[in-house]
Design a protein around this ligand. Structure first.
Ligand code: HEC
Ligand code: HEC
Length: 229
């Protein structure tokens, strides 16, 4: 091999090495950026409502640690632009209002851009999911079994996977989510209060579910441990 070619090849290899290192650094920087957007330091105060690392969310707010990345991105956008709303909270306001209020200026200008939404979603998707919260009075095992049966009966697994653990791409994980949050979302999607994104595909499957069915399914799903699977 001639020396010039050998030198050129060596230089090319160094260049490829440098590109790989800088791509690696960009990914790491993205993750750090995602964490800073989330809080506690700087950022948009997501932590105040969704808890440390997206786990112990306050009240009946959703745990978002380990949720599907694309799904997270879509929901943040839809809540900010008002496509996703929820039934009224205790103060009589749509349950999405607080988050919208903190991420959109009073003039209606989004505080986060698409790149930041992607960064925070990537970081959250990489966090370990929350462990199920045991209720004060343990659920009757027969009731949980009944929930599992209803989950089968309504074919929820077609889209969310067995026990809510393996959703289709871009669809939400629902295993181990909070009971009250699950109930609110199932009812909101059934009653077409929540119509954003792909919610429409689910309506036919929950249409016939009674409030009681929904509560039983939610209790069963809320006790499934994603970390243990
Ligand atoms: C003032 C409280 C509050 C703040 C601040 C807030 N959220 Fe939320 N967020 C909520 C509530 C409440 C919901 C659920 C609304 C509902 O029940 O319909 C929600 C829903 C979500 C969802 C959808 C979850 C799902 O399973 O569908 C994501 C993702 C999310 N928030 C991410 C964020 C991120 C990231 C930030 C910061 C950039 C943030 N939120 C800031 C209260 C908040
Ligand atoms: C045909 C597919 C499909 C079926 C079947 C289906 N879902 Fe869904 N479900 C979805 C999609 C898609 C979303 C997210 C909608 C969006 O894009 O915002 C969703 C959202 C949800 C949510 C809200 C998740 C969150 O984090 O906010 C819950 C809870 C849920 N589904 C429970 C169920 C249950 C229980 C059943 C069975 C009774 C069911 N789904 C059947 C597609 C489906």
């Amino acid at each position: 091999m001639n020396r010039t070619i050998a030198r050129l090849m060596a230089l090319t290899l160094i260049a490829i090495g440098l590109v790989t290192v800088s791509v690696g650094m960009a990914v790491a920087a993205d993750k750090d950026a995602g964490k800073s957007i989330y809080g506690p330091r700087g950022g948009y105060g997501c932590i105040a409502c969704h808890g440390i690392n997206g786990k112990r969310a306050i009240q009946d707010y959703p745990n978002i640690a380990g949720q599907d990345k694309k799904y997270i991105e879509q929901q943040i956008k839809d809540i900010m632009n008002g496509k996703r709303v929820g039934s009224p909270n205790a103060e009589g306001k749509p349950r999405t209002e607080g988050m919208k209020g903190s991420l959109v200026t009073p003039q209606g200008k989004p505080r986060m851009d698409n790149a930041q939404i992607k960064q925070v979603a990537a970081w959250l998707a990489g966090q370990e999911p929350a462990a199920p919260k045991a209720p004060e009075t343990p659920y009757d095992p027969a009731r949980l079994e009944n929930g599992k049966g209803l989950y089968k009966k309504y074919n929820c697994k077609n889209c969310h996977g067995n026990d809510g653990l393996k959703p289709l791409k871009g669809y939400p994980f629902i295993a181990g989510q909070k009971r009250d949050y699950l109930i609110a979302q199932m009812k909101d999607i059934r009653d077409k209060v929540r119509k954003n994104g792909k919610s429409g595909v689910m309506v036919g499957f929950v249409k016939k579910a009674s409030d009681e069915d929904i509560e039983v399914i939610a209790e069963y799903l809320s006790q499934i441990n994603r970390a243990a699977k």
